[in-house]
Design a protein around this ligand. Structure first.
Ligand SMILES: [Zn+2]
Length: 287
């Protein structure tokens, strides 16, 4: 297997190698961790592996591989999503599920790719998908990528083979303390508590790290919300979970990422902290 982008991911490379040699294709694969572009590359690699017509798969040279590389293979379908946030809605899932039972055109298998499922595959669509994963059609591979698979239903995860890319998610104590303050501020009825917490984001690198930690805390909360476990801080996750819905968790994660983009764009930290405080509150407290 030639896959230079997986530098350092030794465990993952081993299990991929085993899978490729075993010639047994799972029905569903979850690709988590790493960066979005690494996940996309690995999804493409697995789609080639599924459709390649040579014995040493993926050869990278046959017509199936070349079409897979340029995302132009008639048996590899990238789910499109709809709406402002590119959600894979229930209608699209139903369409895909029905299509999966029709025989492939050129290859021996069909592949369906769902990207960034923690943001784009809502629970209602996951449920629409579940029955198909329980009794999967023959010769079909479903690939789901996500930053954190804990945002997916446990029933989905248990029916898929997961490949986890390595990501650097170590959190300093200082950043975590700031992040916990912000998380408590988010659900506090008093605006002052959140303002004070975001006001402490007065150093660029520390602010980026603390917001990373806020995202991890929110993901933990979301994990608990869907019946999974928190990894970073159980207490904060439970507290957040009592106040927030799945949609609100996702919105808050998005806002936090927007705040990080503003930091990268050199917007003043004071402006960002005021903006973030207002946006957090508007989203948490609106009906
Ligand atoms: Zn090939």
């Amino acid at each position: 297997m030639n896959f230079p982008e997986l530098e350092g991911n030794e465990n993952l490379k081993n299990s991929l190698g085993e899978l490729e040699h075993s010639n047994r294709m799972p029905h569903a694969v979850i690709i988590s961790g790493g960066s979005e572009s690494q996940r996309a590359l690995l999804a493409k690699h697995l789609s080639k592996w599924a459709v390649c017509s040579e014995s040493e798969r993926p050869c990278g040279k046959c017509k199936n591989c070349l079409n897979a590389e340029s995302k132009a293979h008639s048996d590899i379908y990238y789910a499109e999503g709809s709406g402002k946030t590119n959600i894979y809605n229930k209608d699209e899932l139903t369409k895909i599920v029905n299509d999966a039972y029709i025989k492939p055109n050129e290859a021996d298998r069909k592949v369906y790719v769902f990207e960034e499922c923690d943001r784009r595959l809502p629970v209602i669509s996951q449920n629409a998908f579940l029955k198909t994963l329980e009794e999967p059609p023959q010769d079909v591979l479903f690939i789901m990528t996500c930053e954190n698979s804990r945002a997916l239903l446990e029933t989905i995860r248990s029916r898929a083979v997961e490949f986890t890319l390595e990501s650097d998610d170590s959190v300093s104590e200082e950043a975590l303390a700031l992040a916990k303050g912000i998380a408590q501020g988010i659900i506090s009825p008093s605006e002052m508590k959140l303002l004070r917490a975001t006001y402490l984001l007065n150093d660029r690198q520390l602010a980026l790290d603390a917001l990373d930690a806020v995202i991890l805390l929110l993901r933990d909360g979301l994990a608990v919300y869907v019946g999974s476990q928190a990894e970073l801080d159980v207490e904060t996750a439970d507290t957040l979970c009592r106040k927030l819905t799945r949609a609100k968790f996702l919105k808050l994660i998005e806002l936090t990422q927007d705040a990080q983009s503003k930091i990268y764009a050199n917007v003043s930290l004071k402006l960002i902290s005021v903006w973030l405080c207002a946006e957090y509150r508007r989203n948490v407290w609106q009906k």
